[in-house]
Design a binder for this molecule. Sequence first.
Ligand SMILES: [Zn+2]
Length: 316
Amino acid sequence: MKKIIKITLSLICTLSLLLGCFTGCSDDGQADGGDGLSIVTTLFPAYDFARNIAGDNAEVSLLLSPGVEAHSYEPTPKDMVTIEECDFFIYNGGESETWVDSVIDSSDGNFTALKMLDCAGALLEEDHDESEGHNHEGDEAGYDEHIWTSPKICIDICTAIKDELCRLDSENSDAYEQAYNEYIQKLGELDSAIAETVNNAERKEIIFADRFPFKYFAEEYGLAYYAAFPGCSTQTEPSAAKIAELIERVNEDDIPVVFYVEMSNQKVADTISESTNAEKLLFHSCHNLTKDEMDAGEDYISLMYKNLDNLSIALN
Ligand SMILES: [Zn+2]
């Protein structure tokens, strides 16, 4: 039925064009009866999940340009229009995306919004740190927003995306269900591979000489963790006491690897690596990808397998 209406509409459209009437046929028709749904996302994981599940039935766009640091992103007026005109807006929520609330509140758009944080029980940023010398960085402990670092939670996010796609475009629900099942199987395999690596490892401890947006990851797989900064703290200089604590931890437990995150200046990792026998290795948080990674076709799952390779070195 919907198809017939669409064909009729496009016929009318063509006729109007032929008759020289351009007013009824705007070319931004994605949101109302174009070729498919238009989906707009704020972070790379949402973009990746949406494009995997929607396939050719939607146009999925990511507000972050490649290589942009997610926490310094602010929507441009053009981004606001992109959101207004979409059918389905997927955002993470949390303290990095407080701007979204005002966009949604002031919007005249007719889009559905999905907040990824609603798909998981949020963890307090600092409610679990076994380090005896751990410094609470003021009273600003917020909820950790990096829920996508746990592949298990990603399955829940994908379920919410798939359900909404089926509701918005029931005609293609079989395709969405099938793509969803294939994708969550891959997420399940990733989850099993990580769990197996951790279970067979010599250690269950990771050291991040950097930000630590991996709370959900560490908790999921039962890893103890020590980090220079909680979450995606904007701090760049840890205290001397914190550096000393991490160095002591590395030496005491004979830790082979200290991690840094993408788009980091790696200064703390260099310091700790130079003072210990630990090598520094990259662990992707997947907020966003660099242009090279995009061009190379990397995605959430491929980067998480790279993380797993480095994790395996760090735990053994
Ligand atoms: Zn972050």
